[in-house]
Write a new protein. Sequence first.
Length: 275
Amino acid sequence: MRVAYLFSLAIGLSICSSTAIASTCEPAAEKAHVSAVYPTADRLPENLLRFYVYFSKPMQREDILSSVYLEDKEGKRLQGVFLDNKFSLWSIDSSRLTLLFDPGRVKTGLVAHNAMGRALIPGEDYQLVINTTAVDTEGCQLEQEYRKPFKAVEADYEVPDVDKWIIHNPNMGSSEALAIELNGKMDHVSLAYRIRVKDKKGQTVAGSIELSEHEKMWLFYPDIAWDKKQYQLFIDPILEDVAGNRLSGLFDQPSLAAESAAQKQWISIPIILEK
């Protein structure tokens, strides 16, 4: 999927929506549906930090967790999984919902983790359910139920490491992709914000991004063909994987002083065009 799509969603975060909420659904109204769920993989770590649910239309925000929940393999609805925050986990246009696993249960050593443990157990099967009681801003229920099945696997305690990335440089004069094989499943919103291609003047190169291999491959397609200019890849150290681990440290056991210093310095990697 091209990041042209991802970035259009990201830009929407800074634009206030003036859509009014209707109390009743017009019979002829087009109903909303779930257009995407991230991460896309079907094997996810027990310390998974977020799901992102994209809807085709703006949705009503209130009480969304009554319509979006996690089921175990027996079809039992699990309680206390996601952080219940009515407003701040929606994009401003109300089309993207961030489901944040309760950090108190995810991170070891905290009261909630000690009392309840993590919501996900390695080896167990689950389904993320978005049922038809979710309502859009026109008052219409979701067109159909959406389910994402997945299996929980062992926790991810590996810090993303740019030294382990494999970079495939494009040919000079082409519009081929600059491709990066990442060392792990990355948070797709983080990938949209935290990696930039710049020219020798420090100007951001315009282009679009494609993510593949379940967010383990990042491809950048320039709007204008690669020329003889010098290019650099810039990576923000707060780039995260699906477990919230950053280049600057683990989510579960961060070294706060070291992380604070590391977060100020973007990582720069030269791009060597193939001739």
